[in-house]
Design a protein. Structure first.
Lengths: 146, 111
C-alpha cells in the first residue's frame, strides 16, 4: 500500500501492518514491536528522507514468511546511512540525556533484522521479525501483500 | 489524541488518551506547557488510555522532567502505564528517570 508521507499516515500504516501481523498469529508482544519499529521508521522517512511532510509517499509492503514477517518501506527521499549509528547511552543522567536518537535504536531493538539500501532513486528499508530464534530458516514459501 | 488537565491542590493531573506519536507529540507538549507556564511543576501523567508511544512522545517526557526538576522545583510522575508502554520506557532507559505508579491515587499522593 502507498501512504502519503505525512504524520497523519502513521496510525493508518500501523493499522495495516499490525492487522497482518495479528492475522498471522504473531504474539501481541511481537505485534507491539512491529508497530513501534514501523512507526519510528516512517517518522524518520518523513523527517530525514523527505525533510518534511507532504513531500513524497511511503510504500509499505508486508511479506509473510513461514518463520516471520518482513515489512518493506520505500521512499524517494534523500538516502541516509545507518551504519555509523551509535546507540544512546541509557544511563546518562537526566540533565545530560539527549532527546534524539531513540528512533533508530528502537527499530534495531524491536526487529531481528534491519536492512537499508538505495537503488539510485529509492530508499528501501527491510524490517524483519522472526517468530523463533532461527533466522536461517530456508523455507521460501512467501506471501506478498500490498 | 485527547489531553485533559485537572489542577489539584498539590499537583496537576494530565490524562492522555490515544496515540502519542510524531503527529500528536506537539499537542501533548503544548498541553504540558500550559501547566508549566503557570509555574506549576508537580505533574502526574495518567497513561491509562494511552495505546502507543513513540520516541517523539518520549522526547516530550524527557523535556518535561528536565523542566520540572530544574532548581528542584518539582517533578513529573507517571501512572497507569500499560505493559507495552512500560516496556517502551524501560527499553529507552526511562524507568530510572520517572517514578511510576499503578494508580492516580498513589501518584497524586506522592506530592
Amino acid at each position: 500500500m502507498i501512504f502519503p508521507g505525512r504524520y497523519s499516515s502513521l496510525e493508518k500504516i500501523a493499522e495495516f501492518v499490525t492487522k497482518e501481523a495479528r492475522e498471522s498469529h504473531f504474539s501481541e508482544n511481537d505485534v507491539c514491536c512491529i508497530e513501534t519499529a514501523v512507526d519510528e521508521a516512517c517518522s524518520n522517512i518523513i523527517e530525514h528522507a523527505y525533510k518534511g511532510e507532504n513531500i513524497g509517499d511511503i510504500e509499505c509492503t508486508v511479506k509473510l514468511i513461514p518463520n516471520g514477517i518482513t515489512i518493506a518501506l520505500k521512499d524517494n527521499g534523500r538516502p541516509f546511512n545507518i551504519k555509523n549509528f551509535k546507540p544512546p547511552n541509557l544511563k546518562t543522567p537526566l540533565r545530560n540525556r539527549k532527546t534524539h536518537g531513540l528512533g533508530l535504536y528502537f527499530i534495531k531493538q524491536m526487529m531481528d533484522k534491519v536492512d537499508l539500501s538505495n537503488d539510485g532513486s529509492t530508499n528501501i528499508l527491510l524490517l524483519t521479525k522472526y517468530r523463533e530464534t532461527n533466522p536461517d530458516a530456508k523455507n521460501t514459501q512467501e506471501q506478498c501483500i500490498r | 489524541m485527547e489531553v485533559t488537565t485537572t489542577a489539584l491542590k498539590r499537583c496537576d493531573l494530565i490524562k492522555i488518551k490515544g496515540r502519542i506519536d510524531s503527529e500528536t507529540a506537539s499537542a501533548f507538549s503544548d498541553a504540558i506547557k500550559k501547566v508549566l507556564d503557570q509555574g506549576r511543576y508537580h505533574i502526574v501523567l495518567d497513561f491509562s488510555d494511552v495505546d502507543f508511544i513513540s520516541s517523539a512522545g518520549l522526547r516530550v517526557l524527557i523535556a518535561t522532567q528536565k523542566t520540572c526538576r530544574r532548581f528542584n522545583r518539582g517533578e513529573t510522575v507517571l501512572s497507569n502505564l500499560k505493559p507495552k508502554i512500560l516496556s517502551s520506557l524501560d527499553l529507552a532507559g526511562f524507568t530510572s528517570l520517572f517514578k511510576i505508579y499503578n494508580d492516580n491515587v498513589a501518584a497524586i499522593g506522592s506530592f
